[in-house]
Write a protein that binds this ligand. Sequence first.
Ligand code: ATP
Ligand code: MG
Length: 269
Amino acid sequence: MSFTKHFIIKPGGNVRLSQFDPDDTPECKDKSEAEAQLARNVERLADLQYRFYAESKRALLVVIQAMDAAGKDGTIRHVMSGLNPQSCRVTSFKAPSTLERSHDFLWRIHHAVPARGEIGIFNRSHYEDVLIVRVRNLVPKSVWTKRYDHINDFERMLTDHGVVIRKFFLHISKEEQRKRLQQRLDDPRKNWKFNPEDIEERQRWGDYKRAYEEAISRCNAKCAPWFVIPSNKKWFRNLAVSAILVETLESLDPQFPKPHPGLVKVRVR
Ligand code: ATP
Ligand code: MG
């Protein structure tokens, strides 16, 4: 099965998250089989990354967005575990600093975009500026409504400069979030992850859902597609994200640069 074809959101429609089952595990009912496939994908990604870096013609930007506790960190930890840190960078976007707020919302984002040959992973992203910012009225509506166009223009510009963009929404149910937040309270090793604000955000679940639906529907150009990944089962989430990244890099088919013609005669003594 092509995970890309299965989970890509076709441009043009109005996404309704209620139509996606967060428990779905298409063509893969078995956790151990999924984990074995994940291990193969992780190895494959390492090889593709090596070629991608050697080629250094394009960059890959992976955007990860989700409700709290949906597993952004876990996805990065498992799927990217085989990557060489030399040409891979994870950037986590928190509430903007005073300096960041004194610039336009894309200023800090642009700075973190991967260079040619690199893979950049965004743990949260510029989409927060039409998600939490919208839900919590952090700027007037007249400001955030323009951002969908700004984001589309920005992503198109990046694409024109060789940045390949893949955006993942890790889709969990409200009940699954409840369980995971409760675990953060119950397990001393997870207490540090608990943020009392997560409870407040959870009360706005419906507002976030609508904000995500609009962001995914309106900012989903062919060149920068969204994938809605069923994420109630962590093993399936990891498998699906890893498979889509493998498929993406395979389709780019990175090539080693041709050796310098003079090298043929060189002998190292
Ligand atoms: P975890 O899932 O482990 O809790 P996290 O990504 O939620 O990780 P936190 O430090 O708990 O990390 O939260 C970061 C917070 O920063 C989130 O609530 C997010 O919505 C917020 N944030 C990110 N970007 C912006 C932005 N542009 N404006 C306002 N808030 C933002
Ligand atoms: Mg959090």
